[in-house]
Design a binder for this molecule. Sequence first.
Ligand code: 5AD
Ligand code: SF4
Length: 431
Amino acid sequence: MKKLYIETLGCAMNVRDSEHMIAELNQKEPYALTSNLKEADLIIINTCSVREKPVSKLFSEIGVFKKYKKPSAKIGVTGCTASHLGKDIIKRAPSVDFVLGARNVSKLSKIIDVKHAVEVDIDHDDSLYAFGEYRTHPFKAMINISMGCDKSCTYCIVPATRGDEVSIPSELIIREIEKAVATGAKEVMLLGQNVNNYGKYFSSKESKCNFTELLQKVSQIEGLERIRFTSPHPLHMDNEFLEEFAHNPKICKQIHVPLQSGSTSLLKEMKRGYSKEWFLNRCAKIRKLCPEATISTDIIVGFPNESDADFEETMEVLEAVRFEQLFSFKYSPRPHTAAAEYENQISNKIASKRLTRLQARHTEIVDEIMNAQMDAEHQVYFDELKSGGRVSGRADDGKLFFVEGSEDLLGSIQKVKVIKTSRGALNGIIL
Ligand code: 5AD
Ligand code: SF4
């Protein structure tokens, strides 16, 4: 059997795209996955372009692959960087055999044998396409509910790499989840660039269903016990959606509310569509409706024009919401984005200082949150066997747990009591 080496960078959408690519290949000819580059017949790098660093790493990586691969092995560059650089990738690195953009996953089996094929059409629509079955994880399924993005955040390259937003009809989503449940998944992660904007655009006429209604439909699937989703947009967090999140017992009580900046004037320049007050109001509503929920966020520091006062407003939001998880980044100017052309780019020195301060304060907050977890009880879904006779899993609110145990625990949900806390994970015993 031929062997595939696949490296996946970036977000959960990319992880799912890699699964879809494996399924596509297998429909044509079976491939076995390998982590040994030297024995691969096909090497795929599924790239991310949201910040500059991984893009510059790509070309040095292609050089390494070229050096160590079998002479007959093909190299494919896929994903968001493939979308935005297109044929320039082959110009710069002729050892690359094909380039497949993030919106073109279903074309993989057609182009794999076409030397120097480039498929990067961002208008391509896979929303009605039935991908083959392939899942990395037997217990947890990722399911796309929409593709592309209808926003134009001024820092973000994604609309240029993944195209306009289109929702997948709810019947197809339900069918796919039912298939995953039938093969052992108890948990699904619904994926989209702005999941709670679901239902605005369909390529077929019949489907009319918003995100809250989709959640209700999905939660009726028998055998499905947990529903997660990523990422929602703060702008579309209406009361109806937050009530559903809080009161539907199958929805895991973990929600990502990407802030980006605490300054209303910067949010305007980012074209985020909400103010600091709206953001705080939505988080307060989540805390009130659902005190057990954890809230995570994304923050960018050093966006053009960010003053000390703007940054202090971001710090204020951090204090007010006390996010359980923070993903924080220095602003990185990207091609095809409005903000890359803005005057008043912030120096790396100032951005680094702000990032360090933000992360240090957040670490203190997380330590306080995790220390307070001693003796707490959670429902944990066990999904991974670890070394030293341990098994790991996630609580409903996303906290990572380790307990002593064997593979018998895998795929089961158990009540666990915390016996030891640390910043990143909790140790527990099964009750
Ligand atoms: N620079 C830095 N961070 C960015 N993100 C998106 N674009 C950029 C950029 N140009 C961050 C945002 C987004 C997360 C996925 O990546 O915080 O929510
Ligand atoms: Fe995902 Fe955005 Fe990176 Fe594309 S650019 S892989 S959508 S994080």
